[in-house]
Design a protein around this ligand. Sequence first.
Ligand SMILES: Nc1ncnc2c1ncn2[C@@H]1O[C@H](COP(=O)(O)OP(=O)(O)O)[C@@H](O)[C@H]1O
Ligand SMILES: [Mg+2]
Length: 222
Amino acid sequence: MASNWVGELIYEGKAKRVYRVNDELLIMEFKDEVTAFDGARKERAPGKGRLAAAQTVFLMRLLSKYGIRNHLVDWDGDRKILVRGLRMIPIEVIVRNYAYGSFLKRMPLVKPMTRFSKPLVEFHLKSDELHDPLITTDDIIEAGLTRQEQLNEIMGIALRINEILSNYMVSRGLTLVDFKLEFGFDKSGNLVLADEMSGDTMRILINGRHLDKELFRRGASA
Ligand SMILES: Nc1ncnc2c1ncn2[C@@H]1O[C@H](COP(=O)(O)OP(=O)(O)O)[C@@H](O)[C@H]1O
Ligand SMILES: [Mg+2]
């Protein structure tokens, strides 16, 4: 199956190449590269692409069991996944359980790793040039990116995903600090979870140590 997947390269991003198969399907190929700071830091990392693909497949299948609609169709067992092509909403949805990362930069009055009284959901515009700035829900509506009801639905889905993942992690002694999601619309206008879920897009701690990309951001080698 996997080797039959062919498509035309339509996009090369920081972490993946995207190929168009037909009107319905795309191939996403995860690169053997680690980047940070909007791509300013970049290094080769053999095995990383397959790991990110495997994590994405595992987590999207887990979410499917709980009825969370997502774009995953198939996996080639290596660096490629087959997904449903969507009209993407150019925002990153971040869910935070503990104070970390860019949250601390904008709100230094909170101590690192403070557990929030409830999970926070925030939105950032996807823009490397602007460094993915924090935006308000009004900004999103006024820019015509979604309608208010759709944004409410996105927040509901993001919080549900947080519950499912947090429970899964806790049962394995892991702490889910924060993670990023992207959504798109299918042809019927349904909201669908897209992109990836991996160590690149989530912060996970085991006994206070990072199981994610944080070490690379701090200067360790891939
Ligand atoms: N199901 C999908 N349909 C269409 N585009 C998608 C889908 N899932 C993810 N994408 C987009 O594909 C690109 C993946 O490549 P990536 O390397 O993550 O890019 P970027 O550097 O822009 O984040 C992103 O722009 C993401 O929004
Ligand atoms: Mg990306």
